[in-house]
Write a protein that binds this ligand. Structure first.
Ligand code: ARG
Ligand code: ZN
Ligand code: CA
Length: 243
């Protein structure tokens, strides 16, 4: 309706230490980052190179904090096999996962910042997980991943977006207006960074679905926006969100 997609967000906080019991302010800062990045109101959207000005997108999704659920735990890390989503394993089950985005703030371990479930998976494990150190505006100690873009990247996956390099050498992300990348990029790549894949395109290293630093990623494309829109359409895997 009216092209505005509004997503209620439930944040499940699992904490052992007081630092892991992230504040409501830190939680809201993540919601605010999502609202900027998915509505092209992030200030660094202006840094998108002219080469990509024809494909840069305002995805047009609003995120609204619905509730915060907190639980203390003795676990120092949860891994990435969804233990944090299961009450029997000491975690918190998602709330209304077919109509709300569930986020977990939980220490994953193994150097992983976050992970997400794609559309079409089990409701009981649907949502995104972000380590509390990288959740929202998480402070200079956690640079270069302290600008909430782990959340943007993981919510991108939750909305059906693949890594821009297609998880393979010169792989496909199933989006035609993103260039083919050799592989993932890290850090803050100098522009232009050329791919050696077919056609040697300039890579879109500033796309949220690459692996660069938070301050080096600042755009989605129209093709990514279309992929997202399809999941909310009638018959799509997130049609229950009722847009
Ligand atoms: N799933 C990726 C990881 O755990 C997240 C990368 C997020 N990138 C970022 N700049 N915040 O490594
Ligand atoms: Zn990813
Ligand atoms: Ca592509």
């Amino acid at each position: 309706v009216n092209g505005v997609i509004e997503i209620p967000v439930v944040v499940n906080v699992l904490y052992r230490t007081t630092a892991e019991n992230i504040s409501n302010t830190q939680i809201q800062s993540q919601i605010d980052v999502l609202n900027k990045d998915f509505n092209a109101t992030n200030p660094d959207f202006a840094n998108v190179p002219a080469l990509f000005s024809g494909v840069k997108a305002n995805v047009g999704i609003r995120f609204v904090l619905d509730q915060v659920i907190r639980k203390s735990t003795t676990k120092s890390s949860w891994g990435y096999n969804d233990a944090m989503k299961k009450v029997a394993q000491g975690g918190l089950a998602p709330t209304s996962p077919t109509t709300k985005l569930n986020m977990w703030s939980a220490v994953i371990g193994s150097g992983i910042l976050g992970y997400a479930q794609f559309p079409g998976g089990a409701a009981a494990t649907d949502g995104v997980v972000i380590d509390p150190k990288y959740f929202g505006l998480s402070g200079s100690a956690n640079a270069p991943f302290n600008l909430g873009r782990t959340g943007t990247h993981e919510v991108g996956h939750w909305l059906n977006l693949r890594h821009i390099w297609g998880d393979a050498t010169c792989g496909s992300d199933l989006v035609s207006d993103t260039p083919t990348h050799n592989e993932e990029n890290y850090g803050a790549p100098a522009y232009p960074h050329y791919s050696t894949c077919s056609g040697t395109p300039v890579e879109m290293t500033m796309n949220y679905m690459d692996y660069v630093n938070d301050n080096a990623m600042y755009m989605f494309t129209n093709g990514q926006k279309s992929r997202i829109a399809a999941i909310f359409a009638t018959g799509g895997p997130r049609a229950a969100f009722g847009i």
